[in-house]
Design a protein around this ligand. Sequence first.
Ligand code: TYD
Length: 207
Amino acid sequence: MTGNKGKFITFEGIDGAGKSTHIATVVDLLKARGLEVVSTREPGGTSLGEKLRELLLHEPMHLETEALLMFAARREHLALVIEPALARGAWVVCDRFSDATYAYQGGGRGLDKAKFAELERWVHGHLQPDLTFLFDLPPDVACERIARQGRDLDRFEQERADFHWRVRQAYLERAASAPHRISVVNAGLKQDKIKKIVEEIVVTHCL
Ligand code: TYD
């Protein structure tokens, strides 16, 4: 154990990569060790953030407005949830964080990534996740998974295939630029195999 200091773990991947199941795996693993875990998500995680999420997922808007609202929701999330949790020694497990903005608004929408670097400095200073899982899957496979769920799609899920390929590519580039932090997991493997890999990474990297 590395003392009682909580870590910040994030989960990323294109829509349909299946990260939700494995978020639960990590939360259970940490709780089983008696650790305080705050499980949260972006966009969202606060009362205001969830309202912004609703707009971001369903309301058409200018591309830069979309990126700015992602960071605005993130500032609120950091101030009200993430920073206080880490300050009291709790662990934070978060479904998406700034890597998603680089992938979706940068890769997918084609916005200038240099702007995100500035916003990132403003919104979270030097705070970065201690560990990020990137669930990687070809978009055509992910798309079939989503179709099988038979639910209504949000604005991002409704995007064409080339958008999702660009998001995936941007995620992989981001992982290559921060290999010490981002672990790429093959989301095409069987669930129990992924579970094992995820648990092993958390144990060796964080506990
Ligand atoms: P998602 O985790 O897919 O929610 P759910 O699994 O419940 O559908 O997140 C919602 C969407 O928000 C997802 O399509 C990616 C998008 N998103 C961005 O475009 N930029 C960001 O910075 C974040 C945090 C999310």
